[in-house]
Design a binder for this molecule. Structure first.
Ligand code: SF4
Ligand code: SF4
Length: 339
């Protein structure tokens, strides 16, 4: 098997950075997340031992704000001047299984079912993902319950931490094979073993929840569960799989540009309609929509949950809302009560 010695990681990143923009998990002033491996950032320690960094790699494929195209207006006519599709090569290093699953959900949303988002596609076609297998889930992790194998991130290459022996380097795709050939000088042949995965500290039973939710749209449980929520939207911004966006235009005289930016279903404006109506005017309705989308609607459409069990929303919520408590409450409640 191929092994990457731990003291060769920085050199390997240097080599990859000659051909592509490299993103690594590290903590900088903005908090921990995936940041470019640049001269300014290189002296920060890599967080390859940390489980989830605060910010997921979502923004690398789906930036929080993205300029789409420049516009020119002549009378009643609008013309597109320049389209800003970004196909620069990028490598994301050290992605955990929950975040790799979230990237798959973005792929499904932006690239399948008869529609391709060209801005997302330009980035996605040029991204190589290096996963980092987990063997000791953290206090808020519950990916396994959501159908994610913590030791098998859906990535082009998987790193497995074999302690003093280094990282086992396993290529999983043709893109991974190409990268492996490009960095062969840093990989040794050696036999070693990956550790055994430890048990999850957070136990969640999601089995049957998506099906049960089909009959719970009007259930009084939503009122109770939504009570602490202040609709701040923090859970949606931090979530690696939330993908809603708004498109806005900025014009100066007869020229300007269109851009998109992340939006949140927790905000009243999100579902506001031009005619003045709003199908989800209350916080409870918006809260219900978020969790139905995560736990029911997405799985009906794509066959797996939109929650990857990363635990981030539990950590950031100022009101103590925990998606694991919500799953448990749905699982236990009598779905016919109050209907
Ligand atoms: S972070 Fe908590 S309080 Fe804020 S919108 Fe999400 S569930 Fe509600
Ligand atoms: S809903 Fe919460 S636990 Fe699930 S993927 Fe999003 S941030 Fe992670």
């Amino acid at each position: 098997m191929k092994i990457l010695a731990k003291d060769k990681v920085a050199e390997l990143l240097e080599k990859i950075a000659q051909q592509a923009e490299v993103y690594v998990p590290m903590a900088i002033e903005q908090g921990s997340g995936f940041y470019p491996w640049t001269e300014d950032n290189k002296n920060q320690p890599l967080l390859l031992d940390a489980l989830n960094v605060y910010n997921s790699p979502k923004y690398i494929l789906f930036p929080q704000t993205e300029r789409m195209y420049d516009l020119k207006q002549q009378g009643q006519d609008l013309s597109i001047d320049q389209t800003h599709e970004d196909s620069s090569p990028r490598v994301i290093f050290g992605v955990r299984a929950c975040d790799a699953r979230a990237l798959r959900s973005l792929d499904d949303v932006f690239l399948t079912r008869g529609f391709e988002d060209s801005f997302y596609k330009a980035r996605r076609d040029n991204v190589t993902v290096i996963g980092n297998a987990c063997y000791a889930p953290g206090a808020n992790c519950f990916c396994e319950a959501m159908g994610v194998d913590l030791t098998e991130p859906e990535a082009d290459v998987i790193l497995r931490d074999a302690g003093n022996d280094g990282y086992i380097w396993e290529s999983k795709t043709e893109t991974g094979d190409k990268l492996t050939r490009a960095v062969a000088e840093f990989l040794n042949d050696k036999e070693t073993k990956a550790p055994e995965a430890k048990s999850f500290q957070t136990q969640v039973d999601y089995d049957g929840v998506a099906e049960k939710l089909k009959g719970m749209f009007e259930h009084p449980l939503w009122e109770k569960m939504a009570e602490p929520c202040v609709n701040c939207g923090a859970c949606t911004y931090i979530c690696p799989s939330c993908h809603c966006f708004d498109i806005q235009v900025k014009m100066w005289g007869d020229s300007g540009y269109r851009f998109r930016c992340w939006d949140s279903c927790m905000y009243a404006e999100y579902s506001a309609e031009a005619g003045g109506g709003n199908p989800r005017p209350s916080g409870v309705e918006r809260f219900r929509n978020r969790f139905l989308h995560k736990l029911e609607f997405f799985s009906e459409r794509y066959g797996y949950s939109l929650c990857t069990g990363c635990g981030r929303c539990t950590i950031v919520c100022p009101a103590g809302v925990r998606i694991t408590d919500i799953i448990k409450a749905i699982k236990e409640v009598d779905s016919s009560v109050g209907l």
